[in-house]
Design a protein. Structure first.
Length: 547
């Protein structure tokens, strides 16, 4: 297996609106990230991925870009952006920029021109049809919107203000390449490519068939289009290849296992790794994100083992359990009550010992969890708001709609970083754009930073331990107990070395037969480990690494 720095790195994702506000606006800003640069460095992470901070009307929290060459005023200035890049580099930390080139904002100059007339030179920067087909948006409703000016419909797989770019048009490709080059010249170290799997459209716009699940639609109609690999290979050869040592990460909506290596195979000349989403959407019901589904550990372990195989075949993956598009991992997989700290430490151990590049979402290092929104007025996410409007029209009660948004809505994982027990968790002196989780009085950086038993201290120790052992990067992964309902037990094997990771992902103590005399305990989220004659007894949410 080829050795690469981006396989060995650990990524920390920052949602800039929620990290630190230094102006009292209620929204985070670049100055806030700069002010916390030593905190970020203290974690021991190698790369920071920041969600979009470009000029945007903020319909989808910045994933609707109006000007790729301008920093949104709410975040600060281009000068501050350059200062942030330098501050990260001074500490040996790389910057992974989030780049959204499947679509632009409807307020982008290209679309303003395109919609103005059918003859406008920018008309075919986007997709226009005289009549819509039955494609649905990720954010409820039709994926086609009638535009009054020219009485034609335009395509938007996401919100009505996120208009899909027509990559068939060589001018679009040329402009997009320019954008990447601009940011690379500024010194960024790589890109997280938002829904890169969707950029090639099937030009016959096949109808969605009655019997197709939403996943089928994404996997087989929206994603993995006929020219997607040509586009990505061109981008790689014409742009990325001139900048050695980049990290390129594809966000993989619709990338299934059987096509994954086409994107991340060693000799594909495309992208380094992908965020595959199959374990993330595993709690979606048949109707999608806001429909309930009870998942279990056996399913989750099977998904990790299933996807690990592409690494055996030369590909690469990110390992993550949450981000800005999904609920907090502690609320989803852990125990936020009696075993809050133990389960937070266990999940961090899981991310840092599975095979792939770990990605830790801001706040996971201190055990942040979902917020319970009290009313629909508190909802901010366009995906949830559109869902609420559609469900209400279909007669669903406000109470049930709110319950479903609290079940799996994206605002859950976008609440302000909890720095201290001061007002608004020290995040802002103004009114936070999204309510701070009320548990900030007990869950915050200030309370944990000097506590050697805290989640934060455990995470720093875990990361420094991981960096000492290449086996966690290059070692083979084997699940030893795939069918156990509560234990996740896996080995990492590399040359003559083996690490054994045992995670008790339940509220009950669980025995595990092992001759502990043959092992050293290298990581333990408890101060002890019960053992007698050939068997250990893992406490609830106990995680250990043996060697
Ligand atoms: O997400 C696209 C995507 O993969 C969807 O599955 C996503 O999880 C969304 O919630 C639909 O269920 C990317 C960004 O990460 C997301 O924040 C943006 O809203 C979206 O693209 C559009 O840019």
């Amino acid at each position: 297996m080829r050795k690469e720095w981006w396989k060995e790195a650990v990524i920390y994702q920052i949602y800039p609106s929620s990290f630190l506000d230094t102006t009292g606006s209620g929204s985070g800003d670049i100055r806030g990230i700069i002010n916390k640069i030593d905190y970020i460095a203290s974690l021991g992470v190698d790369v920071v991925w920041i969600s979009p901070m470009y000029d945007s009307p903020w319909d989808d929290n910045g994933y609707d870009i109006r000007d790729y060459y301008k920093i949104a005023e709410k975040f600060g200035t281009m000068e501050e952006m350059k200062e942030l890049i330098q501050a990260l580099h001074d500490r040996g930390i790389k910057l992974l920029m989030d780049m959204v080139v499947n679509h632009t904002s409807d307020e982008h100059e290209w679309f303003v021109q395109s919609r103005s007339s059918k003859q406008n030179p920018y008309r075919d920067f986007y997709f226009w049809k005289e009549s819509p087909n039955n494609w649905k948006s990720f954010f409820s409703g039709s994926a086609w919107e009638l535009d009054d000016q020219t009485k034609e419909y335009y395509l938007h797989l996401f919100s009505k203000k996120q208009i899909d770019l027509n990559w068939e048009n060589p001018r679009v490709v040329e402009e997009v390449h320019k954008i990447f080059k601009y940011w690379l010249e500024l010194g960024v170290d790589g890109f997280r490519l938002d829904v890169i799997s969707l950029i090639s459209k099937r030009l016959d716009f096949p109808e969605i068939k009655e019997d197709m699940s939403w996943t089928d639609v994404i996997d087989n109609i929206y994603a993995n289009g006929p020219r997607v690999h040509e586009y990505i290979q061109n981008l790689n050869r014409q742009v990325f290849a001139s900048y050695p040592d980049l990290m390129t990460v594809g966000e993989g909506a619709g990338i299934t296992l059987d096509v994954a290596l086409d994107y991340v195979g060693e000799d594909r000349d495309e992208i380094d790794m992908i965020f595959q989403l199959e374990h993330m959407t595993n709690n979606y019901g048949v109707e999608g994100r806001f429909d309930y589904r009870k998942e279990n550990l056996v399913e989750i372990k099977a998904l990790f083992s299933k996807w690990d195989k592409i690494i055996d075949q030369g590909g690469w993956l990110n390992i993550f359990l949450d981000n800005h598009d999904f609920i907090r991992m502690l609320s989803r997989y852990g125990n936020t009550d009696e075993y809050h700290a133990a389960s937070a430490k266990l999940l961090l151990t899981m991310i840092c010992t599975l095979r792939g590049t770990p990605c830790i979402y801001y706040g996971s290092e201190i055990g942040m969890s979902n917020i319970e929104l009290k009313s629909l007025e508190e909802v901010r996410d366009v995906e949830s708001l559109n869902y609420a409007a559609e469900a209400s029209e279909k007669g669903m009660s406000e109470e049930e709609i709110l319950k479903r948004i609290n079940y799996n809505g994206r605002d859950n994982a976008r609440t302000p970083m909890q720095w201290s027990d001061e007002v608004n968790a020290g995040f802002t002196s103004g009114t936070p754009w999204l309510r701070v989780n009320p548990d900030y009085t007990s869950i915050n950086v200030a309370k944990q930073v000097d506590d050697e038993d805290s989640i934060l201290s455990y995470f720093k120790t875990l990361l420094s331990y991981r960096k000492k052992h290449d086996i966690f990067v290059y070692g083979e992964y084997v699940d030893l107990l795939p069918d156990h309902p509560n234990l996740f037990v896996y080995e990492r094997n590399h040359e003559e070395e083996t690490k054994l990771i045992i995670l008790n992902m339940s509220d009950e103590p669980v025995p595990y037969s092992i001759d502990l005399m043959d092992y050293d305990i290298e990581c333990n989220n408890y101060p002890h480990l019960e053992y007698n004659d050939g068997s250990i007894r893992l406490s609830p949410w106990q995680s250990i690494v043996l060697s």
